[in-house]
Design a binder for this molecule. Structure first.
Ligand SMILES: NC(=O)c1ccc[n+]([C@@H]2O[C@H](COP(=O)([O-])OP(=O)(O)OC[C@H]3O[C@@H](n4cnc5c(N)ncnc54)[C@H](OP(=O)(O)O)[C@@H]3O)[C@@H](O)[C@H]2O)c1
Length: 502
């Protein structure tokens, strides 16, 4: 008997190709360009998803020729791309790459960027459409935006900007950055990256909710007991003390990724999947989030411990961290979305570094069955249904349901119905940056954050951080390799609940 091929296994490479364009990467010698951006461009080239006529100009301070830049990018692609290295794919991409060495603040250097870009556009037929990627530290942001804005030419094709996080340090600084952008660019020309939105499983949350008839009728306070969102990292700060000491977990993860996951989980169905419809619904959730009181938020910092079999230092012992630092490496909160759908259904969220393992999950815990006729037979093992979205690793979705144990009697146990991306689709899961760079070339901002979302996110974070000034817990308060401070467990125990552990 022959089996029919799985129609889903074809993968998702069926997208329209963008118009000819040039990508200008500011910060081309940096970590992001090497580890994420160039490998993403290579993956797009590999699948023939880049424009037919395409060019890249890299800009940074490091002294190097185009030839040296191209060979360091080839090494980066070999080291970080998800596809095998193919000389023909690389060479077709590399033929359109140039490098310009300059300080962003140097006008003569920026003249050379413009000249190189114009020449390359003519050579490659890139058509005058320009996507600028700001892979630069926050201090360089304004200078680069000004350079691009002042040199933009009217009527020559589109101009777009991809802006990296962090977008500001608080609401006031985010508004200031927006002011800088708005001097030269319209909102639909600005693409603020939150790379979580580029992850397949995060988008699958939208598919799960809005492409299936069975979930939406029960996606509310009547059927859902609570939601848990976990963004756990096993790694420490990886030498980024300069950034982390002034950010902490609340600015690094909670302000953007975590709140975006809350918004996607809680949002109303958009009328369509255009950027504004989706973002209109997300921003309503962000506005409906009440500021958690001091009893509903917990922060922590890791001490020494063991992670994945290795002894690791405490946060305060990391190079560049103050010996008495009280910066949080962990944050947990009980959030309430004060609207008709969610009133009374808490969203427990947590994010931390040096936790027991790397895991990002959204767990929707449904109410218990109202009348459990099998209670005395269940041996206490029957838990409420949980829909678990694995954002990373092992991308997929699983539903915990009660099932009868084979054999005599009526014993019930929790089992899992699993969908794993790796098993259902032949095409591997694309890196978030592939999707996002392609979307920006196509002018689709659905998976990027709009200025009003960023503003609402900071509004909440400012209120939380403001509250923290009155009282600082003793730090460190959790050992590396554990699941965070005891107070985070108590946050749920008080409500008769506990964090998921698997
Ligand atoms: N790395 C990541 O995985 C990651 C993830 C999320 C967000 N981000 C954000 O992305 C941005 C870049 O991060 P990164 O890790 O790639 O930083 P990075 O490794 O420090 O690279 C910064 C780049 O900017 C260039 N640069 C800085 N100031 C300059 C100036 N005045 N003139 C010319 N070039 C200048 C540097 O050039 P030279 O080194 O040649 O001087 C380098 O190419 C940051 O805003 C970061 O927060 C990064």
């Amino acid at each position: 008997m022959s089996t029919r091929p799985n129609p889903l296994a074809e993968g998702l490479g069926l997208r329209r190709r963008p118009d000819p364009c040039a990508l200008v990467v500011f910060g081309a010698s940096g970590d992001l360009t090497q580890r994420k951006l160039l490998p993403a461009l290579y993956a797009l080239a590999y699948r023939r998803l880049l424009p037919e006529r395409f060019a890249v100009v890299g800009v940074a301070r490091t002294e190097q020729t185009t030839r040296q830049f191209v060979s360091s990018m080839r090494r980066a692609v070999k080291a970080h791309a998800r596809d095998p290295y193919r000389t023909d794919v690389w060479e077709s991409l590399a033929a359109g790459i140039r490098y310009v060495q300059t300080d962003f603040a140097d006008d003569r250097g920026e003249d050379r960027v413009s000249e190189t870009l114009e020449r390359l556009e003519r050579e490659r037929g890139a058509g005058g459409n320009r996507l600028h990627y700001l892979a630069v530290p926050p201090v360089a942001f304004e200078t680069v935006v000004r350079e691009i804005g002042e040199r933009r030419r009217a009527g020559d094709g589109w101009t777009r900007l991809i802006v990296e996080k962090p977008f500001g340090h608080d609401q006031a600084s985010a508004l200031e950055l927006d002011g800088v952008l708005k001097r030269w660019f319209a909102e639909d020309e600005v693409f603020r990256i939150d790379h979580y939105l580029g992850k397949e499983t995060v988008q699958n949350m939208l598919a799960l909710r809005f492409a299936n008839g069975i979930f939406e009728p029960i996606w509310n306070r009547q059927f859902i007991d609570h939601v848990q969102i976990t963004v756990a990292e096993a790694i420490g700060i990886e030498g980024r003390s300069g950034f982390y000491e002034s950010a902490g977990a609340v600015r690094d993860i909670f302000q953007n990724h975590l709140l975006q996951l809350v918004a996607l989980t809680a949002m109303e169905p958009p009328i369509d999947f255009t950027a504004d419809s989706v973002r209109n619904e997300k921003v309503k959730v962000l506005r409906a989030l009440a500021t958690p009181g001091p009893g509903s938020i917990v922060r922590g910092q890791y001490g020494r411990g063991w992670v994945e079999g290795e002894e690791v230092p405490s946060y305060r012992e990391e190079p560049g961290v103050a010996a008495d630092s009280v910066v949080e490496t962990y944050v947990a909160a009980k959030l309430s979305v004060d609207n008709w759908r969610w009133a009374g259904t808490p969203f427990y969220v947590r994010a931390g570094k040096r936790l027991a393992r790397r895991e990002t999950t959204i767990a929707i815990q449904f109410q218990r069955a109202p009348h459990p006729p099998f209670a005395e037979l269940a041996g206490g093992g029957l838990r409420p249904n949980v829909l678990l979205v694995h954002v990373q690793p092992n991308e997929g979705v699983s539903l915990a349901i009660g099932a009868k144990v084979p054999g005599a009697g009526m014993q019930i146990r929790t089992v899992h119905m699993d969908f794993l991306y790796g098993g259902a689709f032949r095409e591997g899961v694309p890196e978030a940056y592939e999707r996002l760079v392609l979307d920006a070339m196509l002018g689709d901002a659905t998976l990027f954050t709009r200025s009003d979302e960023v503003e609402e996110q900071w509004n909440l974070v400012d209120a939380i951080v403001g509250g923290w000034r009155r009282h600082t817990p003793r730090m460190p308060n959790y050992a590396a390799g554990t699941w965070g401070p005891a107070a985070a467990d108590q946050l749920l125990h008080r409500d008769g609940r506990s964090w998921r552990r698997h």
